[in-house]
Design a protein around this ligand. Sequence first.
Ligand code: C2E
Ligand code: CA
Ligand code: CA
Length: 558
Amino acid sequence: MYNDLIAYAIDVLDKQDYSYQELIGVIKDLFAQIAPKLNIGLITFYTNCRKNVYSEKRINYVNDFYQGEKYNVDKVLEFKNDIRNNGSYIVSLYPVDDFTTEEIECIGRLNFIFSKTLSRAKQSEIISETPTLDPLTGYLNTAGLNSNILSIVNQGKIDKYVTLFINIKDCSSINRLCGSIQDGNILIRQFADRIYSELEEDEIIGRHGGDNFTIMVKKENSAKIIELLKGINVSANIKGRNVSITIESVIGCYNNKKGDDNQTIMENSSIAMQMCKRQKNTNIIVFNEELQNKIDLKRRVKDNFGKAVLDGRIIPYYQPKVDSTTNLLYGAEALSRWQKEDGELISPGLFIPTLEEAGTICDLDFIILEKVCENIKEQVKSGITPVPISINFSKHHFSKRSSGISFVKRIINTIRDYGVDPKLIEVEFTESIKVEDYVLLRHIVSELHNEVIKVSIDDYGTGYSSLQLLESVPFDIIKMDKSFADLIGTQKGNIIFKYTTEMMRKLGKEIICEGVETKEQIDFLNSIKCTIIQGYYFDKPLPKEEYEERLKVKQYKK
Ligand code: C2E
Ligand code: CA
Ligand code: CA
């Protein structure tokens, strides 16, 4: 009979994940049903527990759980149950007359079951009341990490530690494997517990949310933790299915230095982790001077780009395109340069990645377009006949932030504002545009065609989907990437170049060969009738004044 009672109690408790308050209600109702069967006359419930982990203040209260008509105050059965290390509660049970041994045994088993469930519910209530703890793992959250790191900084011990910023590899496939995020969380909790079990008392683990963790370990222990993070085995029984996997991590490592504050530590380790994520062949990157320089540069670019634009220090350089059969100037490509106050030039390779990240790359392209239009207008005014100029437009124009149509309108409006003949402007799109964007790209190209603006594929042959792009979008011009020109002279290279360009010509495309540096390359290209050349052989990108000298003459001597 008592076994049935216990099975029934377990069944009621397992129905759902009750909060602590709900549990008290459920247990009360249960006792209303089973107390008479167990000869119980009165139950009192007394808790002594803190509200959150930072408050030592205990809250004491008594609940009269159950009161029958008759009870014997001299024969009390008492249980003291710990709520981990956050407090305890005491249950006192008074019999109607006196308990039998069987009744005491059954009540003891029930107490064990209730106390386990109550303790877990109370613990999560304490955590959710604690603004510095992560409810999923019970370890620190970002705020908690910050305040713990700050306290180590204040103790002057920060340089004794290494910070590891961790991102779980492929977390979404863990959730998929488990069937849901909730079930995936069981494994993530185990992952955190496993790391925690290896930490010493004054070392730290915390979760930033999602699949990002920070661990701060003493320098002498870092190798052990890094080794552990190569793969942590976790397993759980999820809805009757045993799921067992190895969780791998991407690690950004920062060796804390004296004088570092918590923000520097978090930032540097996180930057190293993000860097590591981009590199497929390693699971750890240690923050170093090179990374520091990149970050400094990035910060300077971010902070100063707006002012450089206002000061007119973002300018186009012009690299001529020459027809090698006549040695006449055919056109030019506008390439951006950042002119520093001291006159030094910064090349786009150094600032474009940051502008791409910051989302300001699209502004750069329009600044260059405006400057080019302004220059062409001046040339016409001073009696120099301009040649077509191609302008690079980043693939970021295709992101959701910028709609395709307003992009084309903006180009057309700019050209019109300066009264420039649209035949003098060409648009270059890089070949690395995503396949998903081809439909939008085709639309944009036909809009540009309506305005008699030509469009080219830049860096042709560097991506994976060149042929698909060629098939999907009606480009006018193909710019053969420098890597093709570099192959000239080898038997294979010559064949590739010859037949690729022959195919382009059959498709009605114009061809421009980029990165041509030598006479041998020119001779070969002439022999296969690829005659429009852009490369150091004729000219490097030139400042406006020098370019205009070429424009006046148009004839190259070579
Ligand atoms: P890109 O469009 O492929 O431009 C050609 C790059 O190759 C230029 O580098 C040019 O100086 C270089 N180059 C040309 N001929 C030769 C040669 O014979 N030998 C060698 N070794 N290099 C040659 P630059 O000016 O540093 O530009 C780098 C890239 O930055 C450009 O590659 C383009 O993708 C990007 N970029 C430049 N300006 C802009 C811009 O205004 N907007 C956007 N979105 N991207 C730009
Ligand atoms: Ca280009
Ligand atoms: Ca190119």
